[in-house]
Design a protein around this ligand. Structure first.
Ligand code: KIV
Length: 278
């Protein structure tokens, strides 16, 4: 009898596209370090993990994602990848890492794949990114698009606001989704768009849509893990559901620790090597 070694392989873009055809929702989440990647994987529920440039906000404490660099994404992706088994790992292309030229985009995407060990990359923007997407996919780099509220353009958009309201804006995002698909994108994040637009896009393209603030009509959903866990501070947009309140639990635990140290109850004899007999 032959022994079969069953190894868990990461989901491919083909598996994610099949989920859409099968009507199975894609569960996506951000992660930025090994510990959370391991826990996310342990849940057995998450198909896609994104090392988002949202790390500029939630890890670095920046006001925007604009200061995030390719090196930052590589550093965090390497750590996250070590915690994953089945989930497909996506690395965000940071601000100005793909806009200057297609050659520069190719070099930076190559670094995310080779040094960050991601399975695919994500970049923001519509028709203006079609050429870059064609070039990356021709080179064998799978690309996830990102339409609607694109945080790297926050200063041009004039703040965090819903995109695609009104006939012209609606039509433009709908067309952009089709253009990204034709350029070779394997999936598209839809951020902060009206639910009806997200549904129309999801029904009009073959590739999966992954929504954040885009309603239930998308083929999957993504959240920033700090928001889901209640670690996100005061940032509480309408689309976030806090599935836990870990922020409060952390503050309570650290307070208890401080009081135990000051009160002399930590460390106890059980927590000490060769304790001094009293
Ligand atoms: O950077 C990020 O985390 C993202 C998701 C919110 C989609 O782009």
């Amino acid at each position: 009898m032959s022994t079969q070694i069953q190894s868990i392989r990461p989901l491919t873009i083909r598996s994610l596209q099949k989920f859409k055809r099968d009507g199975r929702k894609i569960v996506a989440l951000t992660a930025y370090d090994y510990t959370f990647a391991r826990l996310v994987e342990q849940s057995g529920e998450v198909d896609v993990v994104l090392v988002g440039d949202s790390l500029g906000n939630v890890i670095q404490g920046q006001d925007t994602t604009i200061p995030v660099t390719v090196d930052d994404i590589i550093y965090h992706s390497r750590a996250v990848r070590r915690g994953l088994k089945r989930a497909h790992l996506v690395g965000d292309m940071p601000f100005m890492s793909y806009q200057v030229s297609t050659e520069q985009a190719l070099k930076n995407a190559m670094r995310l794949m080779q040094e960050g060990h991601v399975h695919s990359v994500k970049l923001e923007g519509g028709r203006e990114q079609a050429e870059v997407i064609r070039r990356l996919t021709a080179a064998g780099i799978p690309v996830m698009g990102h339409l609607g509220l694109t945080p790297q353009s926050i200063h041009q958009l004039g703040g965090h606001r819903v995109q695609g309201r009104g006939q012209n804006a609606h039509q433009r995002i709908l067309e952009d989704a089709q253009i990204l698909q034709e350029a070779g994108a394997y999936a598209i994040v839809l951020e902060c768009v009206p639910a009806a637009l997200a549904l129309e896009i999801s029904q009009s393209i073959r590739i999966p849509t992954i929504g954040i603030g885009a309603g239930e009509g998308c083929d999957g959903q993504i959240l920033v893990i700090q928001d889901l866990l209640g670690l996100g501070g005061d940032f509480n947009p309408r689309f976030v559901r806090r599935f836990a309140q870990l922020g409060d639990a952390v503050v309570d635990a650290v307070r208890d620790y401080g009081q135990a140290v000051r009160g002399g109850t930590f460390p106890s004899a059980e927590e000490t090597y060769d304790p001094i007999a009293v």
